[in-house]
Design a protein around this ligand. Structure first.
Ligand SMILES: Nc1nc2c(ncn2[C@@H]2O[C@H](COP(=O)(O)OP(=O)(O)OP(=O)(O)O)[C@@H](O)[C@H]2O)c(=O)[nH]1
Ligand SMILES: [Mg+2]
Length: 302
């Protein structure tokens, strides 16, 4: 791969985004990158893989590493997610710690701050997210609270969803990056494969509206993407995997209504990713107890 020469003083580096589940790490990543790199849902523990999102400006290239939310793990999958998140926060150039200003700062945030953030030697930026949900007056006490958790170089209240103050986060990061070359092609915005991106879109739609353990029991495998019979149509074969037989019916829904809703919601986004029309062949299969089976987790790349 050949990169264009960069200007003198160009900066680059790795920036991990950490925090407890559901605070808006992946939403922040998407807003920073300006593309849907990571799926987001109102359900905790949505992110399961360490995902990179790349931002290239004339003066810097920032490689963001979105991580699974760190939580009290109840399954083998949960423990692996925590391990992955913690491993990814080591050795990065800048650490971004996200808290949810709407729910407030609690023991989960304190745990991440003490055990992951405080041990990071380099620059640390705290982000208090979801400012669209609380008043400006409420910001100052929250900033004071966060400043007690670790020694941050900056504490920035933002709304990741509305894109408010997200530029300030980017600016603060760039000032703390070391000088360095391009790490990725400037046109790249993620390290995920097309199949991974499509699988995640389907998982997001399948998780939608699911309750209790069901969303966490969903995994998606994209088997293949083939040219269709008609011009400009590609056929995507994908399978939604569930942990229990009873969950198959929940995903499929009454006369297949839920499964077709999932397909209907996913298709336009898959068409965007592939840049063509798409026929989505979506199936549901039992993959018994995959969350606690090391071999099955391995097969899913988790
Ligand atoms: N109101 C509001 N909601 C937000 C904001 N940012 C994220 N959210 C919502 O918060 C929920 C969780 O967002 P995610 O980005 O999936 O959170 P996450 O930290 O990546 O969660 P995990 O992957 O589970 O660790 C979603 O419903 C988002 O739409 C924000 O700025 N304002
Ligand atoms: Mg996430």
């Amino acid at each position: 791969m050949e990169f264009t020469a960069v200007a003198e003083g160009f900066r680059s580096g790795l920036v991990a985004i950490v925090g407890r589940p559901n605070v808006g790490k992946s939403t922040l990543l998407n807003t920073l990158v300006g593309e849907k790199v990571a799926i987001t849902t109102p359900i905790a523990q949505t992110t399961r893989r360490v995902i990179r999102g790349i931002v290239t400006t004339p003066s810097a290239q920032i490689v963001f590493v979105d991580t699974p939310g760190i939580h009290k793990a109840k399954s083998l999958l949960g423990r692996r997610l925590n391990d992955a998140a913690q491993a990814q926060s080591v050795g990065v150039d800048v650490l971004v710690f996200v808290v949810d200003g709407n729910t407030g700062i609690g023991t989960g945030d304190e745990w991440v701050a003490t055990n992951v953030v405080a041990s990071h030697k380099g620059p640390k930026i705290a982000v208090i997210n979801k400012t669209d949900k609380f008043s400006k007056d409420a910001q100052l006490p929250k900033i004071a609270q966060v400043s007690e958790l670790a020694s941050f170089d900056a504490i920035i209240p933002i709304s990741a969803r509305r894109g408010k103050q997200v530029d300030d986060v980017l600016k603060a990061i760039i000032t703390h990056l070391p000088e360095g070359p391009l790490l990725y092609d400037p046109d790249d915005y993620t390290d995920q494969t097309i199949n991974e991106l499509i699988g995640e879109v389907i998982r997001e739609k399948a998780m939608h509206g699911m309750r209790e353990e069901v969303p966490h029991s969903i995994a998606v495998e994209v088997e293949d993407i083939l040219p269709g019979n008609k011009r400009d149509v590609q056929v995507v074969h994908a399978t939604i995997l569930v942990e229990r037989d009873s969950q198959k019916g929940i995903i499929i829904g009454n006369r297949g209504a839920n499964l077709s809703n999932i397909g209907r919601a996913a298709r336009p986004e898959i068409e965007d990713i592939l840049g063509s029309r798409v026929y989505l062949d979506l199936r549901v299969k039992l993959f018994a107890q995959w969350q606690s089976d090391p071999k099955k987790l391995g097969q899913l790349g988790l």
